[in-house]
Design a protein around this ligand. Sequence first.
Ligand code: URP
Ligand code: ZN
Ligand code: ZN
Length: 456
Amino acid sequence: MFDTVIAGGTIYSPESIFVGDIGISGETITEIKEGGGLEGERVIDATGKLVFPGFIDPHVHIHLPFMGTNAIDDHESATKAALVGGTTTIIEMICPGPDDEPANAFAEWKGLAEEGCCCDYTFHLAVVRFDEIAKQQLRELVANEGVQSFKIFLAYKGALDISDENLQELMGVCKELGVVLTAHCENAELIDAKQKQLVAERKTGPEWHEPSRPRNVEAGGVAHLCEFAQRTGASVYVVHTSCGEAVSRAMEAKERGVDVTVEAVAPHLVLDKTYAELPNFEGAKYVMSPPLRDKEEHDALWIGLANGNVSTVGTDHAPFNFNGQKDMGKDNFILIPNGIPSIQERVDLVHTYGVCEGKIDLQTMVDVCSTNVAKQFNMYPRKGAIAVGSDADIVVYDPDYVGTFKHEDGLSKIDYSGFEGMERKGRSDVVLLRGKVVAGQGKCVSEIGGGTYISR
Ligand code: URP
Ligand code: ZN
Ligand code: ZN
């Protein structure tokens, strides 16, 4: 007798797709039976539903001091939103300032997550400071805390960016420690020069954000990262890739033998730059970096997901209120805090605009939103798989649900939705985190702080 049985759903296991039952004992999947017949203390009827491994968001900001303000969510609000959207594990970016010691930053972020996270969590650690103290602490965090990925910014000149000298040395450290280097790829100097020029020409509205950092500035950043990766042998992961040109630079490097993986994020797959051109400063809601592009770029990313050139879909959840935060840039787009949150909407956006429109199949959705993330960041098969021995993080998904995305349904603290009124197909019907039902049908019932740190 199992504690819980998920009965009669179409199960997406790593080997195959079949109708059957999943038996859960405690926090773990202990049996999977094609055709069904398992008995449990509690039975969740999944007939007619799809059964997926819990989704994993590889790119989340919650505690984020950035651009003169702080992102508006706390760990409770962001991770309740994640769970309702079927995401049971997040990878949050630890983004310290240039004077902060990495060890203090790790302790600060982990402390906040322990208090508030309702889903499981782990971290990418941004390397902004890189002196002898920082280098020593980075090594210790890898050895003692299970940190397995660092993050660098080639953008955000003077705030978060890294010099080429430090980039080269850091890649050597990553290679030696077996750590993946994730990277925001845009050329900081070119953006800075273009922004100055546009502002001097009184081009100060949110619609000028995209022209200030065009596609070639992003593609050049990817090429730069890959050049260094080729020289050092480090494994690199390009976050929030917005356009075909950037994907191509990464794939060219891959052909030369560079170990590079490409991430897309939900806003770039479904929103285009016309949103940032909306009147009355509404466009500020759609300012993120890299920026929203022409609609044609959506297909470049979906094709990349379908053919494997793009391996993962995250969110880059970075919520800043329209009133009181985005409006810091009312007179100058450079001051608009960057971010379009989507931690709750990600999976349903991929289902609606990817699967239902025939751009990717369901197996690819599972791979890019869960399994590939777990594999890339050393959590597989504990996470990212419906398999015996894996954590019982499971989403019973209703593909027939039809509705619209609405701000009022959101559990994030953000005061708007970037997807307001857009058509929605599909919804997480029941979400389990390590065997416990934590969310479903738009509601979260999880315990605050019930998430666990995943040491990798
Ligand atoms: O616009 C974005 N992406 N905001 C969050 C910070 C970052 O660059 O990831
Ligand atoms: Zn970024
Ligand atoms: Zn980010």
